[in-house]
Design a protein around this ligand. Structure first.
Ligand code: LLP
Length: 430
C-alpha cells in the first residue's frame, strides 16, 4: 500500500498535491512518501514477529543501494533499522544517517582493504564475505588494526530465483558468494585466520522474487549447512537471509507473495536454527514509496500509436531500458479518458522508452505524469547521460514536504571537467 492517491481530481503524495511540488521544483523530480516507508518497515517487522532469538528481534538491515538518499536513511534510522551496505560510500552514508554501526552489514563481491578498514574502525556488525580470498584480506586488515572482524560467508545455494537474469544472484554460475558445497572447507580455513570471528551464514538469491519456493529451497540448504558447520565446531550465531521479496509493479500481474506469507515461510524454514536472523530488504521498503514526476513535452504522432515525449528519460529512470521493467504511468490529473501510447524520453536512444503500446490515461502537452513504484533502484541509478542534470528528490510527510536532494546544476556538472592546456593545440605538425 502506498500514500499516492487521487484527491479532488489530482494525485497527492500524502496530503501534498504533486502539482505543488512540480510548480515549485520543476520536473522531472522524484517524490518520496515518508509514511509509506514507515508503513513498509512496520508491515515487514510484523511479518517477522515471533522470529526472536534469545529475546533479540531479527535485524532489518535496509539495502542502501535501493535508495541511499540521506533523508530516506534518516527515516529508517529513526525506526531502528540497520543497513546493508556494499561500498565505503554506502557505509559512510549509513553512519552519517546515524544508523548504529553494530546494525550495519557489509556485503559485496569486491570490498577493498580501505573499505574494510573503515568498516572495522566504525565497528560494524558483520562482514558478509564473498570468497576465501576476501577473508584473507579482511584478516590481514583486522590483524594490522588490532581489531576483530565479525564475519559470515555469503553462500551461493545454486537455486534459480526465477527472476530477471540481470538481478538473479543465487545460481552457481553467478559471481556471488561461495558454493555451498565448498562452504565447510572455506569455514574451516577461515576459522584459522587471525582477526576474524566467523559468526554466521549469509544468502541472497536475487531481487524482485515473485515466488517463495526458490527462497524456501535456498533457506533449506542454509539450514543444513548451519547444522554441518556447528557439528564441525563453528559458533554460528547469525543467519542473514538477504532481501529479494518482490513488489507489485504491473496492476494486471498477480500480486507477489505478501510479507506475511514470506514471514510464515521463514518461520517454517528457520525453525530450530537458534541464530539471530538478519534481513536485507530494499525494494520492499522503498519501492512504492516513490514516484518520478514528469511533464509531457509534446505528443508526437506515431505509425502505430502516438509518442508521449516526457521530460524524464532513461538517465533518470534506468529500469525499463535495463531490465524491460514495467512502471505504471498515471496522469496527475486524470479525466477518465484513456488512450494507447508509447511513452518516451528525450534521450537519443531507442532504449529511452518507458512503455510501448501502453493503455493509459490520456495526456497532452503540458500535463504531468507520475511513474509509479519509483522509490527503489531509480534515482540512485541515474546518470547524466546526454548532459542531463541529476533529478532532484523531494520527501513528503503528511502536509509537509522538503527538497532532499537539489537539482544538479548543469554549470557545476560542466565545471567538474577540466581541459588540459594542450587540448586546443593544433596537431597538424605531429
Ligand atoms: N542484499 C543483497 C546482497 C543484494 O545484492 C540486494 C540487491 C539486496 C539485499 C536487496 O534486494 P531487494 O530486497 O531490493 O530485492 N537494480 C535492480 C535490482 C538490483 C538488486 C541488487 N541487489 C532493479 O532495479 O531491479
Amino acid at each position: 500500500m502506498d500514500h499516492f492517491e487521487i484527491r479532488d481530481g489530482a494525485m497527492h503524495a500524502e496530503r501534498v498535491p504533486l502539482d505543488a511540488i512540480a510548480d515549485a521544483v520543476g520536473t522531472p523530480v522524484y517524490v518520496y512518501s515518508a509514511a509509506t516507508i514507515r508503513r513498509h518497515v512496520s508491515v515487514f517487522r510484523d511479518a517477522l514477529a515471533g522470529l526472536e532469538q534469545d529475546g533479540q528481534p531479527p535485524l532489518v538491515a535496509f539495502a542502501v543501494k535501493a535508495n541511499p538518499n540521506a533523508a530516506v536513511l534518516s527515516v529508517l534510522a529513526g525506526m531502528g533499522c540497520g543497513a546493508d551496505v556494499v561500498s565505503g560510500g554506502e557505509l559512510r552514508r549509513a553512519l552519517a544517517a546515524a544508523i548504529p554501526a553494530e546494525r550495519i552489514v557489509f556485503s559485496g563481491v569486491g570490498k577493498v582493504a580501505d573499505e574494510m578498514a573503515l568498516a572495522l574502525e566504525a565497528g560494524i556488525g558483520q562482514f558478509n564475505l564473498e570468497s576465501e580470498e576476501e577473508a584473507v584480506t579482511l584478516s590481514e586488515v583486522a590483524t594490522r588494526l588490532g581489531l576483530t572482524a565479525r564475519a559470515a560467508f555469503r553462500v551461493n545455494p545454486d537455486v534459480d530465483a526465477g527472476t530477471h537474469a540481470k538481478i538473479s544472484t543465487g545460481r552457481s554460475e553467478n559471481k556471488f558468494g561461495i558454493a555451498y558445497t565448498l562452504a565447510p572447507d572455506a569455514y574451516a580455513r577461515a576459522a584459522a585466520l587471525s582477526g576474524l570471528a566467523i559468526q554466521g551464514v549469509a544468502v541472497h538469491i536475487g531481487s524482485q522474487l515473485t515466488d517463495l519456493a526458490p527462497l524456501a529451497a535456498a533457506f533449506a540448504r542454509i539450514g543444513g549447512l548451519i547444522a554441518d558447520l556447528r557439528a564441525a565446531g563453528h559458533d554460528i550465531r547469525t543467519a542473514d537471509l538477504g532481501g529479494g521479496l518482490g513488489i507489485p509493479y504491473e496492476p494486471s500481474k498477480p500480486i507477489p507473495p505478501s510479507p506475511a506469507a514470506y514471514g510464515a515461510m521463514v518461520a517454517q524454514a528457520t525453525a530450530g536454527w537458534k541464530v539471530r536472523l538478519i534481513f536485507e530488504p530494499g525494494r520492499l521498503i522503498v519501492g512504492n514509496a516513490g514516484v518520478l514526476l514528469a511533464s509531457v513535452i509534446r505528443v508526437k504522432p506515431g505509425s502505430v500509436a502516438p509518442f508521449v515525449v516526457v521530460d524524464a528519460a532513461m538517465n533518470d529512470l534506468m529500469r525499463p531500458a535495463l531490465y524491460d521493467a514495467w512502471h505504471d504511468i498515471r496522469a496527475v490529473r486524470a479525466d477518465g479518458e484513456r488512450f494507447v501510447a508509447n511513452v518516451v524520453g528525450p534521450v537519443c536512444e531507442t532504449g529511452d522508452t518507458f512503455a510501448m503500446h501502453r493503455e493509459m490515461d490520456r495526456v497532452a502537452a503540458g500535463d504531468r505524469v507520475a511513474f509509479m513504484t519509483a522509490g527503489a533502484y531509480a534515482a540512485t541509478m541515474a546518470s547524466t547521460y546526454n548532459s542531463r542534470a541529476l533529478t532532484p528528490e523531494v520527501m513528503v510527510s503528511g502536509d509537509r514536504w522538503a527538497i532532499v536532494r537539489a537539482r544538479q546544476d548543469i554549470a557545476a556538472l560542466i565545471a567538474a571537467d577540466s581541459v588540459p592546456s594542450w587540448a586546443h593545440d593544433d596537431m597538424k605538425d605531429e
